[in-house]
Design a protein around this ligand. Structure first.
Ligand code: OOG
Ligand code: MG
Length: 273
């Protein structure tokens, strides 16, 4: 009799990485043997492939921190993903949609680390992360599920690095989270496309207060054994539903107290597939 097959996590990681680099969707994992810890292991193996290509880790993100996002995707648990150098775009950048499968954009709040964090044993991970944060900014995240039709289970989306595909950060403002957090705990968050309101929420839709993303991220990063470099960007999770990106548009996120951040998408005629 054959021994029961163990899922090939490495092959799954390679398939998801390949789907991202080729911008071609792949089938949902649909493997009942995979649990959440196997999903995070696949995510780690994707990161290993990227690091081996010289594509450094430049940050981390949370997903499903708002009810709007959880409702949109039918997945409720807060999830953790990695941001790599290839995902970073300058503020105002014009993004080629041919690099993506079916990209969506969502408004976010970003924190920046002024010092590296390695979550050493014996000290509270949330304190370590909070003490290292030196700036806060409005941000846009591009998400692009590698799965057909942008459909996934919790295990699928964690294995797929939480659909992370791109991010744009606006002007950083100093953040002293211990002494004087800027007043952005409950302010409107708006996303416009070509000047029209496309999604709206409040910063308090993010776990009740975007600062609560910091301990949540610290806990998940520590659990995954992730160290974050100086300058790392942390995305707190979208306050609104994500909006499908169309060619030839300008996207702006506005968070009063933090300012705005924008990007645009290239015209369809410029998109070479
Ligand atoms: C997963 C990523 C969720 C957020 O901010 O909630 C996320 C997805 O919706 O594809 O980034
Ligand atoms: Mg997001």
């Amino acid at each position: 009799m054959n021994a029961p097959q163990t899922p090939d996590l490495r092959a799954t990681a390679a398939r998801l990485d390949q789907a991202a680099t080729s911008a071609r969707p792949t089938a949902q994992l649909g493997d009942a043997r995979l649990d959440l810890s196997a999903a995070y292991r696949i995510q780690q193996l994707i990161t290993d492939l990227r690091l081996a290509r010289g594509d450094g880790l430049v940050g981390a993100k949370l997903g499903f921190t708002s009810a709007a996002k959880a409702r949109q995707m039918g997945v409720a648990d807060v999830i953790f993903g990695r941001l790599h150098a290839f995902m970073e775009y300058d503020a105002g950048a014009c993004v080629q949609l041919s690099h993506f499968i079916h990209p969506r954009v969502e408004p976010e709040i970003a924190f920046r680390l002024g010092a590296p964090v390695s979550f050493t044993e014996g000290s509270d991970p949330a304190d370590q992360l909070r003490e290292a944060i030196d700036a806060v900014a409005p941000a846009l995240e591009i998400i692009d599920s590698r799965y057909i039709d942008f459909r996934f289970s919790l295990v699928d989306v964690v294995a797929d690095n939480t659909s992370a595909a791109g991010f744009v950060v606006g002007g950083w403002q100093p953040a002293d989270l211990v002494a004087s957090p800027p007043p952005i705990s409950d302010v409107p968050v708006e996303l416009t496309v070509d000047g029209e309101l496309a999604a709206a929420g409040r910063s308090s839709d993010i776990l009740g207060d975007p600062y609560r993303a910091v301990p949540a991220l610290a806990r998940l990063a520590q659990a995954q054994g992730v160290s974050l470099p100086e300058g790392a960007v942390l995305l707190a999770g979208a306050a609104t539903e994500a909006v499908a990106l169309a060619p030839g548009t300008r996207i702006v996120a506005t968070v009063p107290g933090l300012g705005t951040v924008s990007m645009s998408t290239a015209e369809a005629s410029e998109v070479a597939r």
